[in-house]
Design a protein around this ligand. Structure first.
Ligand code: FMN
Length: 212
């Protein structure tokens, strides 16, 4: 082999479109389970006030592939909730350093605040994590001094709240479910990159290769 030729093992999805969607689904499931996985914390893109382009990190809490829906949790008073109520179009950007895969998912967000789905998600949250929902103030609220807001709202900062005190956080807890319609998949490879565009509509998955 000449010195300038690169040879490397390639994954199943390298030349197989159906394997791309399968790999995408597997990576999402792993990301939900493993908090250190690169895909565990995608970047949410959405439209803010006056058409501003906004991005925030979120934790991927649930991934369903049929239909393709991704879920994260949030505080009802966060700025992004007001923005999503006004314009539900979103993107979720994932990049996995080791798998060398970027996936940009676009779709529509639906907010669940006081229904059975939000109740079920709330019941699965860790007591420790409930502290951020026990803060009644809105993120972005001006403070006179550096702070988490825990002292302002009588939230324990040095211990886990007990179940009873944590329940006041329920009023500020929401889940955001994003129905994904389109996935832009990019795999980086020594021998040449691969890019696939995937449309997902009513259970039908249509994928095609494009120039990376
Ligand atoms: C790694 C990481 C994960 C985060 N996960 C979430 C999340 O799942 N939900 C959320 O509302 N905010 C999350 N945040 C904080 C948001 O990015 C954002 O700063 C916060 O929600 C304030 O939002 P706002 O600007 O909409 O008011 C996370 C931040 C980081 C750095």
């Amino acid at each position: 082999m000449s010195a300038d030729r690169v040879s490397a093992a390639v994954p199943a999805h390298y030349n197989d479109l159906s394997a791309v969607y399968a790999a995408f689904g597997d990576m999402l499931q792993t990301a939900v389970r493993k908090r250190h996985d690169d895909w565990h914390t995608p970047t949410l893109g959405y439209v803010g006030a006056a058409g501003a382009v906004c991005q925030r990190s979120v934790v991927l809490r649930r991934a369903e592939t049929d239909p393709l829906r991704l879920t994260f949790h949030t505080h009802v008073r966060s700025g992004k909730v007001a923005a999503l109520r006004a314009d539900p179009r979103v993107s979720l950007h994932f990049y996995h350093r080791h798998a060398k895969v970027q996936a940009v998912c676009t779709g529509t967000a639906t907010l669940h605040t006081d229904d059975a789905e939000a109740d079920a998600a709330w019941s699965r949250t860790a007591l420790f994590s409930r502290r951020c929902y026990m803060v009644a103030g809105a993120s972005g609220m001006p403070l006179d001094s550096p702070g988490s807001g825990y002292d302002l709202y009588d939230v324990p900062h040095d211990r886990t709240p007990d179940l009873e005190e944590s329940e006041r956080g329920r009023a500020y807890f929401a889940i955001v479910r994003v129905q994904i319609r389109h996935v832009d998949w990019l795999y980086l490879a020594m021998n040449g990159n691969r890019r696939a565009l995937i449309d997902v509509d009513a259970g039908a998955v249509n994928a095609r290769w494009v120039l990376p």
